[in-house]
Design a protein around this ligand. Structure first.
Ligand SMILES: [Zn+2]
Ligand SMILES: [Zn+2]
Length: 312
């Protein structure tokens, strides 16, 4: 659903007013002081002392501007509210004021194309990248927040990148935006060109050329109705969200929890994904690392995942 211009204007006005409330450094200091306090709460005098403001009039004014939405007045003093927490969460993610580089970090996993060791790098464009220096394969790429690099050794950063990417992907695949909680449109986008079906056509998707898994014959395109979140997810990731499937994978010797995304063949190998001949709404994902021939077929609703009968 597209917002009417008048609705958009109202949203812009409301959002502008909320952002303007935060447009003074003393107000952010007040939020940060409450965030540091036990129970996120301080008395008037404790709060004033914590931010070190000598001018009582100025302090009272800026505190009053935060009241109602970001800070509540309680019997004990002033308490940080949910919107205040979310402002600080956004600041702590580091995306507004930090630019960090990490790596290259040598990984334990080898390139599935050529066998050379893989490397992880994080750059100031906020993208984490797992690549092979040998053949140049872009095994996995996804945005990561600078906050994820703080107080972690390089190996911990790599593990956090893996976990966070899984979390974002599985949330989006369930139709819920991991950033704004809005509704996500999901579409199985296939390389097969067939008119008259509701399936997307890969090459026509915006920014698809830049996508690390652009060699895959199908991906899941996800697009949030509310915010800017818009991306493509390897089809194999759908399997990670199904306990019955992950149990079967475990029986077949594929531990999806211990193995990072870039070492799971059914997630990163282009060859593992095939669009069913004659029915572009069905995609089969084979499991290259299983100790037996194993594959799963899913349809465009992503609801039904069934074991595929593979040709031996
Ligand atoms: Zn390689
Ligand atoms: Zn969203």
């Amino acid at each position: 659903m597209v917002d009417a211009p008048s609705d958009r204007n109202q949203v812009a006005t409301d959002a502008e007013s909320a952002f303007m409330t935060l447009s003074h450094d003393l107000r952010l200091e007040i939020l940060l002081a409450l965030w540091d306090a036990p129970g996120f709460s301080l008395s008037f005098s404790e709060l004033r002392k914590a931010v070190g403001e000598r001018d009582s009039g100025s302090f009272t004014y800026h505190l009053s501007e935060l009241r109602g939405q970001f800070v509540a007045k309680t019997d004990a003093g002033y308490e940080l509210q949910y919107p205040g927490h979310r402002v600080l969460d956004a600041i702590k993610s580091g995306v507004f004021h930090e630019q960090v580089t990490v790596g290259p970090v040598e990984l334990d996993d080898d390139c599935r194309e050529c066998g050379e060791g893989l490397r992880f790098e994080y750059d100031t464009d906020y993208i984490g990248r797992v690549r092979c220096l040998g053949c140049g394969d872009r095994t996995l790429e996804w945005p990561f927040d600078p906050g994820g690099t703080v107080d972690r050794e390089p190996e911990g950063i790599v593990a956090a990148f893996d976990r966070r990417t899984r979390l974002v992907w599985s949330c989006a695949l369930d139709g819920v935006c991991p950033f704004c909680a809005g509704r996500i449109d999901r579409e199985l986008a296939s390389r097969v060109h067939e008119l008259g079906t509701c399936i997307g056509v890969l090459e026509q998707l915006d920014r698809y050329d830049e996508y690390f898994a652009r060699e895959h014959s199908a991906v899941v395109s996800v697009d949030c109705d509310r915010c800017s979140f818009y991306s493509f997810i390897p089809v194999g990731v759908v399997l990670l969200t199904r306990p019955t499937v992950t149990a079967q994978l475990c029986d077949a010797g594929v531990d999806v929890r211990e193995t990072p995304l870039w070492a799971l063949g059914f997630v990163v190998d282009a060859d593992a994904v095939t669009v069913q001949e004659g029915d572009v709404t069905r995609v089969t994902v084979t499991i290259p690392d299983a100790n037996e021939p194993l594959g799963f077929t899913l349809d465009e609703s992503f609801e039904h995942v069934e074991e595929a009968s593979l040709d031996q």
